[in-house]
Design a protein around this ligand. Sequence first.
Ligand SMILES: Nc1nc2c(ncn2[C@@H]2O[C@H](COP(=O)(O)OP(=O)(O)OP(=O)(O)O)[C@@H](O)[C@H]2O)c(=O)[nH]1
Ligand SMILES: [Mg+2]
Length: 156
Amino acid sequence: MNLVTVSGPPSSGKTAVILKTIDSFQKRGLEVGVVKFDCLYTDDDILYEKAGVKVKKGLSGSLCPDHYFVSNIEEVTQWGIKECLDILITESAGLCNRCSPYVKSVTAVCVIDNLSGINTPKKIGPMLKSADIVIITKGDIVSQAEREFLHRELIL
Ligand SMILES: Nc1nc2c(ncn2[C@@H]2O[C@H](COP(=O)(O)OP(=O)(O)OP(=O)(O)O)[C@@H](O)[C@H]2O)c(=O)[nH]1
Ligand SMILES: [Mg+2]
């Protein structure tokens, strides 16, 4: 089973990206599951269930969400193996900003959006800097200049 971790600020477009990606995996006959980690509330599990995806969710409550991720990742990985998944994707808002919801040698994807402001790359720290892949969403609702500005901040 392949594990992929997807993180990004709240409402940046993680679920939208994951659902599109899962659609393409399913067309190739791959069995995909998702674990959604959040802090206080999420209904993403309903969206994943509707897409025919096996899903688990965990709410960290008063704990640091990234430490909650670390405390639970082994258990949910075992769940994915038991369910005979080909790919297990974790979705996490990574709200801590000092640590990141990633595991060494597991593909780490960070989703940020064009509306979050040009200083976002400086604010979200390791969640962005330690990612293997960065996806920038909502380019369709900002100007070319804004898209280029955020892109420049990201590669600096
Ligand atoms: N216009 C536009 N809207 C987008 C894009 N990506 C996501 N959205 C919208 O942004 C909103 C939030 O997207 P989600 O995918 O739920 O974001 P999320 O990061 O999973 O949010 P949380 O899990 O609640 O933190 C939804 O209304 C999406 O339809 C995009 O590229 N363009
Ligand atoms: Mg989501």
